[in-house]
Structure formats: structure tokens, C-alpha cells
Write a protein that binds this ligand. Structure first.
Ligand code: NAD
Length: 348
């Protein structure tokens, strides 16, 4: 029996999750022994339990085989003391999910590279951080601060993982940093160069984050595995989603040193379109493709779902965010897109 914890979260989370659950239910009909457990994270958990991630849910995470997560956040909690995003940061930290792998893949455009984003360190967790007040020019003035901090061990584990991923790909790594300015990036680059000595057959290239944003659009085919820090990885993956068509297209897997994995799309809760049945469920569905491959180790099933998604797209069906991406597109809702994918997944 495989226990999958389903955390739809907030905003468009529940409506995109529903599409992945349709596919899992089809798998259960095919005879796969999968048990779905539902619970809360983010804003919905604040509303129900006054906590964006309760210890009870954390314990269920620890005993599940995998977690499938929608997204968290929304305007509703802008002024609340607890923040939905803290639930996600806590989940990543408590499960020691140090690496977030984001495939940027589009068969229509022959795009295929990976962003390996460090997920447990850097400025999102670094201390001190906060707000304070001091007198500047005789005026009491608020200021705020965050700390970008990485230790050697955190950098070594993410860089080693990236080199290992590269072995089975094009043997080419790009490390993205800002080592011309930031001390954390100077250490990052030094360690990448050191580790590259143990992988003589892998070509290593360094880019500064500012120029990398240009190269990623102009020469995306030059990339294969990209390794970068928490904040840079967060930003460039949103940028790269446009290469594939929409922010709604990107899946991800987050891993630790044990076997628990978190599968989630790269986008946020899209509160501007939540509840309208117009969101793109592809990032969520592709996260399930990754779950079939990495958790079930079932390449046949993951390929079947991947090709069902792209078959629906190749017929021109898409949600509104991709309407100008192809010629002769046919607009469908989130639910209709999910039904079409499930149809081809079931009968094709
Ligand atoms: P966002 O990713 O939610 O949305 C940015 C834009 O992309 C919006 O116009 C949105 O409508 C669109 N979009 C995103 N996903 C889409 C999809 N699947 N289909 C169609 N359109 C889609 O980013 P944001 O607006 O900066 O943040 C909104 C909330 O989400 C914030 O509270 C933020 O903190 C949170 N957030 C959560 C996660 C996460 O859960 N992993 C990640 C990023 C942001």
C-alpha cells in the first residue's frame, strides 16, 4: 500500500489538485494499491487550526510515502499574524527537503533542462531577519533586514546531487551565483569548483545571476543542469516557465536524504483567478508524472500520463493562460482539461 498525503492548500490549489486526484483514482481502478489521505496546509490550516502547519500534519507527512501539494497563500491572510507561506517553509525545513528539482521541459519546442534549487538554506531561513527602528538624521526610522547565509555542508550536498544528476544527462552543469558581490556566493563558487575535481567528465560553467536571466531566454538550449541558491532558483524558474508556455506548466520534486518526497507545481496560489475554474492544472499533473517515476518507479505509467497531457495540448485544448501559445487553440476549463487528460490516460 502506498500512502499519499494530499495537501491542496489555498487559492487554485484545490481545483488543480482535483485533476491529479482524478488520475490517481483511475490508477486505483487499474489495480494500483494507493491510499489517499487529505489534510490542510497554509491559509486553510490557519482558518481551521490557527496554524499554517500543525504538528499532527507534520507527523502524517513523516509517515506518508509521499506528499502531493497544491499551493499556499492569498490576499485573505495578508494581515493575519500567521502566514500561509510559513507552513510551506516549515514543511521543507522539518522534512529536511534540501533540494528542489524543477524540470523545464517542452516537447513542442525541444526544451529540456533542470533547475536544481537549494531549498533549506539561504535568505529565506537565514537569521537575523526582521524589522527594527533606529534614529537616522534625527528621525525615528523603520528598517528591515534578511540574511543570506550558507554553510559548506549545505552547499556540498546540493552541488553533489546536481553533479550526480548530470551524469545521466548531458554532463554539463551551470552554477548561478552573484560571487562578484555576495560572500555567500563566493563560498558557493569555491565549493562548486572543488567538487568538479571529482567529476572530471562533467563540464562546469559559472554565470552571475543578472546575466544568467538573459542567457536563459536567448540561449536556453545551452543549459542542461542548473544549480543555484534558494532565492535565485525561485526567481529563475518563474522566468523559465515562460519558455514552456505558462507559469502553470512547471512541476517539481523536493527531496531529502531519506525517501520522503514532496511533489508540487512551481507556481503560487494565483488568488487573482482562484475559484473560477480557469487555472492551468499542467504543473500539478506533471508533478504527478514525477511521482509515478520517482515514487512508484513506474516509467510506463509516468510516460503514459506525460503523453496524455501533451496529447490534449497538441489537439489545441488549453486553459486561458496558454490561449496565445499555439495557433487554433480551443479554450477549456481546468476541469475539462483534467477530464480530457484522464480520458486519454484511461483509454489511449
Ligand atoms: P502566483 O504564482 O500565484 O501567480 C502569478 C501569476 O501567474 C498570477 O497572475 C496567476 O494568476 C498566474 N498563475 C499562477 N499559476 C497559474 C496557473 N496554474 N494557471 C494559470 N495562471 C497561473 O504568484 P504570486 O501572485 O506572486 O503569489 C500569490 C500567492 O502565492 C502569494 O501568497 C505567494 O506567497 C504564494 N506563493 C506560493 C507558492 C507555493 O505555494 N509554492 C509559490 C509562490 C507564491
Amino acid at each position: 500500500m502506498i500512502n499519499i498525503l494530499i495537501l491542496p492548500g489555498d487559492g487554485i490549489g484545490p481545483e488543480i489538485m482535483k485533476q491529479s486526484v482524478k488520475i490517481i483514482k483511475t490508477c486505483i481502478c487499474f489495480g494500483y494499491n494507493i491510499n489517499l489521505i487529505y489534510n490542510y496546509i497554509g491559509g486553510i490550516s490557519i482558518d481551521k487550526k490557527n496554524n499554517p502547519l500543525t504538528d499532527d500534519v507534520l507527523n502524517i507527512c513523516l509517515t506518508s510515502d509521499a506528499i502531493l501539494l497544491g499551493c499556499v497563500g492569498g490576499y485573505k491572510w495578508n494581515k493575519s499574524f500567521n502566514k500561509p507561506e510559513e507552513g510551506l517553509l516549515k514543511l521543507r525545513k522539518k522534512l529536511n527537503l534540501f533540494a528542489n528539482i524543477r524540470p523545464i521541459k517542452c516537447p513542442f519546442k525541444n526544451i529540456d533542462f533542470l533547475i536544481v534549487r537549494e531549498l533549506n538554506g539561504g535568505i529565506y531561513y537565514g537569521k537575523p531577519k526582521g524589522f527594527s527602528k533606529q534614529i537616522i538624521n534625527n528621525i525615528p526610522t523603520w528598517y528591515s533586514y534578511d540574511t543570506e547565509i550558507y554553510n559548506e555542508q549545505e552547499i556540498i550536498r546540493i552541488v553533489k546531487l546536481s553533479f550526480n544528476l548530470s551524469i545521466n544527462r548531458k554532463k554539463k552543469i551551470t552554477s548561478i551565483d552573484k560571487s562578484n558581490v555576495l560572500y555567500s556566493s563566493k563560498l558557493w563558487r569555491k565549493i562548486v569548483n572543488y567538487i568538479s575535481n571529482f567529476y572530471k567528465n562533467i563540464k562546469i560553467n559559472h554565470l552571475f545571476i543578472d546575466y544568467a536571466t538573459i542567457e536563459l531566454i536567448k540561449n536556453y538550449n545551452n543549459f542542461d543542469v542548473i544549480v543555484t541558491s534558494n532565492i535565485f532558483g525561485d526567481i529563475i524558474s518563474d522566468q523559465c516557465s515562460l519558455l514552456t508556455g505558462s507559469l502553470g506548466m512547471l512541476p517539481s520534486i523536493s527531496i531529502n536524504n531519506k525517501s520522503i518526497c514532496l511533489f508540487e507545481p512551481c507556481h503560487g496560489s494565483a488568488p487573482d483567478i482562484a475559484g473560477k475554474n480557469i487555472s492551468n492544472p499542467i504543473g500539478m499533473l506533471l508533478s504527478l508524472v514525477m511521482m509515478f517515476e520517482y515514487l512508484l518507479k513506474n516509467k510506463k505509467l509516468s510516460n503514459k500520463l506525460f503523453y496524455s497531457i501533451y496529447k490534449v495540448l497538441s489537439f489545441g485544448f488549453c486553459t486561458v493562460d496558454m490561449i496565445n501559445y499555439f495557433n487554433n487553440t480551443k479554450l477549456v476549463s481546468t476541469n475539462e482539461f483534467g477530464d480530457l487528460v484522464n480520458y486519454y490516460f484511461t483509454y489511449d
